[in-house]
Structure formats: C-alpha cells, structure tokens
Design a protein around this ligand. Sequence first.
Ligand code: ADP
Length: 788
Amino acid sequence: MGIKEGENRMNEVTCERPLVALRGLVVMPDVSVNFDISRKISVSAIEEAMRHDQTLFLAAQKDAEIEDPGPEDVYTIGTMVRIKQILKLPQKNQIRVTVEGRARVRILDIYQTSPHLKAEGMILPAAVPAFSAAEAEAMQRTLASIVEDFEKIGTKFNPELHKILELPSVNVVNLTNQLCANLPVKWQDRQRLLEAVEFRDRYICLCRIMRRELEVLKINQEIQQKVRVRLDKNQREYILREQMKEIREELGDDVQTEAEEYLEKLQDFKASDEVKEKLEKEIRRFQTMAGNTSESSVYRNYIETILEMPWEVMGEDNQDLNEAERILREDHYGLEKVKERILDYLAVRLMNASGKGPILCLVGPPGTGKTSIGRSIARALNKKYVRISLGGLHDEAEIRGHRKTYIGAMPGRIAASILQAGVRNPVILLDEIDKIGSDYRGDAAFSAMLEVLDGEQNSHFRDNYLEVPLDLSEVLFVCTANSLHTIPRPLLDRMEVIEINTYTQNEKLHIAREYLVDKQMQEAGLKKRQLQISDEALMEIIMSYTREAGVRSLERRIGEICRKTARLILEGERKSVRVSPKMLPKFLGPKKFDYNKINERNEIGVVRGLAWTSVGGDTLSVEVNTMPGKGKFELTGQMGNVMKESAMAGISYLRSVSDQFGIEEGYFESHDIHIHIPEGAVPKDGPSAGVTMTTAMLSAVTNIPVRADVAMTGEITLRGRVLPIGGLREKTIAARIAGIDTVIVPEKNKSDIEELSEEITGGMHFIYASTMQDILPVALEHMPSAAR
Ligand code: ADP
C-alpha cells in the first residue's frame, strides 16, 4: 500500500516548553518510555509542565557526565512529549516519569536555564514520502530479514513488532518507527535515528545501524561462546582437581604432589638416558595410582631406590701408593707377602684404571685378618667399603634381587651394597665366597657371581628389581675364602689368589700386643694407663685359652679382660690393672687347653698324624685294632673316599711286604682290621694320612708301640713310597702346639720346611722320608724282626 504525500502532515510550528536534558536516553516519537529523574533542574521542568499542558521537550545530553547542563550541552534535535504519569519514588527526590513521544523537535533556543531549562522549539512534521508498493515491499522484506537475523542470535523483540510484521500488508513507515523505538541499540544510535527527520534517511540509517549491530552481536556472541567454552573447560578441570584433592586428603596422602616432587628431582637427576626414561615412565605410572595402596608403595619404593642409586656418583680415590702402603702397614702386623702382593695389584690398577684386572681373593683360615685386610684396602685407597657375607647363601635372587612386583621385593645384595656405598666405585668385600651353597640353586648363585665378577659382563649387570643395567665395572671386588676347594673353576679363574697363613704363636703375640689390646681397650673405653697385659700373660692366653689358626678367640679373650677391668675400675676396686699369667684364671676361668697332656705314653696301634683343615692345621690320631675274624677291613670316623683309598693302598703294601715284618702268613685272612679316626663329627679327607694309617696298622699287627712324640704326614703308594703333600706350615705349627718334637715329612717336602721361619721350626726335629722304610724305624719303638 502506498503512502500518500501530505498525509498526517503537521504544520511546522514553534512553541516554548520546559526542557529536560536526558542522560543516556533518547525518546522516539510514538513510543511510551519511563525514566527516573532526580536532578532539581529536571524535577522543576516536570513540575512546570504538569502545571500547564503536561507537554515538554526532551533532548539528550551530549555528555552524560555533565551534572548541570547549559544550552550547548544538549543535542538540537529532541522530542516533544506528553507526560502520562509521574510517580514519586521512595528514594529522596526521585521521580519516575512516564512520557509518550509526540514529535521530533528542533531546539531553536534555550533561553532559560534556571530553575530549569526552557526552550523554544520547532515541531518537525513526521513527513511521509511517496514510494511505490514494490519499494515499500522491498524495504519491508529487508527489515523483516534483519529482524529474523536478530532473532536467530537470540534477540527478543517486543510482541507489538511481531504483530506488525505478521500483518498481510505492512506499513513500512510504522514498522521503521517501531524498530527505531524498540531496537536494542546504544542511545547515540537512537539519537542519529531521531535526527533523521526524512523518512528515507531514517530507513537507511536504521538498516545500517541494524546491520552493524547484528555484526557486533554476532561477534560478541562468538567471543562469548569462546569465553564460555574456555571457562567451562577451566572450571571443569578446577572442579575435578578439587575433588581429587579431597579424595586424596581423605585417603591420607598425596600421590600427585609426590609424583610432582619426583618429576622435579628427575630434572637434575644424573644417570644414563635409559635409567631416566625408565624412571620417568614409572613416575607417570605412579601418578595414576591412588594413595596408600600396596601398588603405589611398590612404585614409591622403586622410584626412591632408583633416585637414590649412585648412578654417576664416583668417590675420589687415593692415587698415592706410598700412602696406601702406610695404611696397610698401620692396620696389620706382618703379612709382608700379602701386603706386597696387594700393593702390586693396586699399582697395576692405578696405572691402568680401565683395566679389567683379576679379582683379589684372600684365602686362609678364619681369624687371620682377611676381612679386615679388605677393609684396610678400602681405607688405603680412600674408597667406600661394603661387606657382603655370602656364607650360606644359595639363592640367586639374593644376589640379583626379586622383581619389584614380588611382595617385599628389594634389590639384590650387590645392588643394595652399591646403594649403601653411595658411590659406584666402592670396595665390595665378598666374604666367604667359598660358602655359597653347593646345591643346584647354589650353582645359579655362582653363575650370578660369575657375572658380577666378570669384567666383560659386569658393566651392565642386571638386577631383577632395578630392571635397568647397573655398571659394576668401577667396583673393586675383594673376595675371601677359607679354602679354594668349593669355588667353581670358572670363578677361580677370574681371581688372583693371595694366601694368608696360620699365625705362629709369636706372630699372635705381636698382633695381640700391637693391635688387639689397644683395639679392645678402646672399645671398653679404657685409657692406656688403666690396663696392662704382660707379654707372658698374652702368651699364656695364646697357649692355654685359645687354639686357632687366626686371632679371633684371642681378640675375644682380650676383650673379656678389658671389660672385666673396666668394671673393676668403675666399681672403684682398682685404679688400674696389670695382668700377669697368674691372674688369668680370675679373668678367664680355668685353662681351656693343656698341650702337655697330648704327649701320652707310647701305644700300640695309635699314631699321630698331621692334618690341614680349612680352619688351620691340626693333629689327628689314627687308631687301629685287629682281632681274629675273616679278613674284614673296616674304616670309621667320617673318612672321605680319598682317605679310604689310601688306607687300602696301605694295607696292600703291608700285605705285599708282610714277610719283611715277620707277619705270619694268612694273618690278613684270619683277622679283621678296624681303622678309626676319633672326632667323628669332623669329616676328613685327603691322601696325607696314608703313612700314618699304614704305620698304625703295622703297629697293631706286630704289637709294637709307636712313639707318642712323633707325628707324621705323607701319601703312600702301593710300593710304600712316600709322596709329598701340602699345608706343611699349618701342620708344623699344629705339631708344635701339640708339643711334638719329631715330625716325619716326605722327602719331597724338604724345601717347604726349609722355607719356614725359625720361629716355627726351631727346636723341632724333621725326618725326611721317601719310603715307609724311612718312617718305621723312627716311629716304632723298635723294628719288627723278619719272619722266622
Ligand atoms: P677373617 O676375615 O680372616 O676371618 P678377621 O678379618 O675377622 O678374619 O680378623 C679377626 C680379627 O683379627 C680382626 O679384628 C682383625 O683386625 C684382627 N687381625 C687379624 N690379623 C691381623 C694382623 N695381621 N694384624 C692385626 N690385626 C689382625
């Protein structure tokens, strides 16, 4: 429908009215608006209007901040309105005014500013241009689509507008004015619409404003959405974290912070990439676990162990060989050869640090200082020292550890000792390596040891618990053993064996006087002047209170004396104590060993042999009985096979030469022979009792007593030859301690005897035998006469 020119046309008239300056608000013609006023100047204007025809001018303030506006502070285009209602609000001086827009007005002159503004304005007619129906429809569709777009992004229009839009034929002027009034735009935009007095101008202005507003709204919405998404995500995480924290608090620990601490430690953690990667993986796994479960504690232990391992920590070694020598001498008496060899060994290691040298193995009877030499080597090199006791170990897992998932799993002993040392180049003493159990599991343990000690393999030793290779190539291993018999060959091949021998009484005296007494006094907290033990007393302890290859019980006895002395001093009985041999029974009780008693009278069928055992030398008596019987031959007293065989050899020899010794024919067929070696609890083996058993049998068969002050050792052949044997030093010392002065040894061992110090051999008589014929005249009271 077209709109005819001239319709609704108002004459251009001027009039005078009070004026209210509005802040942030523009009132359009044809709409009702309410607003609050409180400024005196506004209230006064309203009051004046109310006193007249209730109409007034409204014009927007250019700057909303101005409190007391003058003529220049308001826009020149405003609205002529009629007050519909005023409402006094409870707040002081506040009035809510409802007005209805009548027409645009051009403010021509503001001629009064007090008590309110008063202006002369020209009413601007709402001109309605003429346009075609098509143009009207085009304008209407444009507006409709913009409205639709607004609504798509969620803008709500007042229902009036919809009503207009839904009409079959829309008055586009009306629609435009409605939109101008209801559009949610800034007041400045509305002012522009107000100023567009011409309809076409207003329409275009409206379309521009609406399009721009739409854009702004859309962008705004996008931003909002993004912000909301981000906010939502953050919020979600925050809430989850808070919940997790609460759960953890409830469970009483905080895996997350622990894991974070571990990760932080990992930053400056020094280890190979392989170890670090593994560790990080395990920390990440730990991170996902709940507080105090057994699983998390498995991982916690593991992570802490890995973090604690000295992967890259090296101790600073002493490179000064002279200093090392000084320390070795300071710690131990004697052992010259041992010290020399250790120093040679250390020199090579110092010269060639990367060299994969053999492993030191100290072999000797208990109490001879093997362990303490190991410690002393560490001290001499200024290395950390750890001792692993292998005695009785027979499970590979003890060396290699269990997988961490095992309950109570721990690293194996090797890894644990590295952990204990805190450096990767300590001295590790493998004590009693010969005592690793010899069953099938022991074999596995031995092969694990082989890996530990093998220079080719030990740079990546695998511990089941650690799961990452451990480098043992910088460790100085020192082994100790009582004997080499039980050490498997491949292991023995990697070792440099250093023998430590039984101490002589004199050596023991030195060790006691120069080392053990001081050590024990210190342990008991005694001062030097408080206790003196005379040499004679020490010797008496060695002779009558101990019987050993080393000095362990000697040290213990001295310790006993020190403790008793400390007590005497504390109880105020004595100020100091001097121990003489006479006082020993008071401190140590009655003598434990009486050597003179060993010298018994000469007996038939009893011969003293000399034996070498892993705990030192010993004397052993061989007893033989013969009785009428059927030629049975019996051996008792825990003899090993080699020993039995040498007894058989002895009897064969005797039978073959029986006529020489006057043994009646058929004797061996009509008699039983029983050989016994007392102290049956101790297993005995080896060929060196051959001559002893043969002599005892001959004595028994011929009824000739054997000299009690003679001891012998040697292997026998079927022909009565005497073969050399080992362990002469130990055996000689044992014979000496037993008070024996004549010792028969194989001729071939002469050089061994000659090597022994005067202290051991002095005053003793050695008979060198190459056949039984050399032995018998010395051992028997008299020789049997040949067969009659
Ligand atoms: P092993 O390991 O051979 O069984 P230990 O090393 O336990 O022997 O020695 C026992 C005690 O004897 C230690 O206190 C040690 O210091 C001491 N000892 C052994 N030999 C000597 C020695 N030659 N000098 C000084 N003390 C020694």
